[in-house]
Design a protein around this ligand. Structure first.
Ligand code: ZN
Length: 320
């Protein structure tokens, strides 16, 4: 089936696909929307990417997966002021403007031949799996890239300077990006914001000088009440179609980490490494847990608590 991604109709079509990681719908979406773009490539993890123009210096980033218990079609409604939402939203569903909005903007930038390396990551909502895979397995993909800009932030105003890694882009870069956007749309009020957590570009912060994430207009992501400000998203695309990246200030040295977030980064890395080992040797992991006095009931309770807490961090069992 041929899908036209242009205009509001294209954006609403993308939002009508619930695409949890590894679902049939996610795979079908990749085939039908991404693989048909001439020149689009897939890596061994299934991330899709395409370079437009010679030796691009800007990496544009979004993710394909959405938060949903099940893949499939979903009905989207648009209210008067141009706010999209699910028509019959229930728990276990989300509008998926996180990150359908970024994905739509990128597909339309490619269609307009705007220069850049466009990366459509898989598995962002499961811990940035696709970008982690690129960082560990094919870091050469990032060669020559000065700035990795994710289109994957809630709200309307943020140019993210800090993620879980610590500082991921310089203030000079963030200010140059924010003012370039604001100059192209009189209604925009982008400004640096240091309250990011993580998205795919966080993975690249040790390799790429400037790594950020900018607001694309969604709110209340990851749940049935997620909305998207369609007008903002459309204006951002219009700006991107005229945006010249030459004047962005590249100032950060990715080999230096300028604050204490390293320990947090190390901890995240250790946790991911351990999780990979546990997945490879589940019986050994179970034996070790039992020896440490943790039963399947304890484990089940902790997992349940964590789900209820909406992704809150693991707390020691003693505090449950
Ligand atoms: Zn996202």
């Amino acid at each position: 089936m041929e899908h036209d991604v242009s205009g509001r109709r294209g954006l609403l079509e993308i939002l009508s696909w619930a695409r949890p990681h590894e679902s049939d719908t996610e795979q079908a979406f990749c085939r039908e929307f991404l693989d048909r773009v001439p020149g689009m490539k897939a890596d061994a993890f299934g991330n899709r990417m395409i370079a437009v123009g010679k030796a691009p210096r800007i990496l544009w980033s979004c993710h394909v997966d959405t938060v949903a218990a099940r893949g499939g079609a979903q009905e989207v409604t648009v209210s008067d002021p141009g706010i999209a939402a699910l028509r019959h939203g229930k728990s276990g569903m989300s509008l998926g403007a996180d990150d359908g909005a970024g994905l739509w903007i990128m597909l339309n930038m490619i269609a307009a031949s705007r220069p850049g390396l466009y990366v459509f990551h898989r598995g962002e909502e499961h811990g940035c799996l696709g970008s982690q895979w690129i960082r560990r397995t094919t870091p050469q993909v990032l060669g020559g890239i000065d700035a990795a800009i994710a289109l994957d932030r809630a709200g309307l105003f943020d140019v993210i300077t800090h993620q879980s890694y610590g500082r991921t882009c310089s203030d000079a870069f963030a200010i140059s990006l924010a003012s370039a956007l604001n100059e192209l749309d009189a209604g925009f009020r982008y400004r640096p914001d240091n309250s990011g957590v993580f998205t795919d570009t966080n993975e690249y912060a040790g390799l790429v000088p400037e790594c950020t994430n900018i607001s694309v207009g969604y709110y209340s992501q990851h749940g049935p009440r997620e909305t998207l400000d369609l007008g903002h998203c459309e204006k951002l695309l219009a700006v991107m179609l005229r945006f010249e990246t030459e004047n962005l200030v590249i100032a950060r040295d990715p080999s230096l980490c300028d604050d204490a977030a390293w320990s947090w980064q190390d901890e995240l890395g250790n946790r991911a490494d351990l999780a990979a080992l546990v997945a490879e040797h589940p019986l050994l992991a179970a034996e070790m847990l039992l020896e440490a006095g943790i039963t399947s009931d304890d484990f089940w309770l902790a997992a349940w608590e964590r789900e209820r807490g909406g992704g809150a961090d693991y707390r020691p069992l003693s505090s449950l």
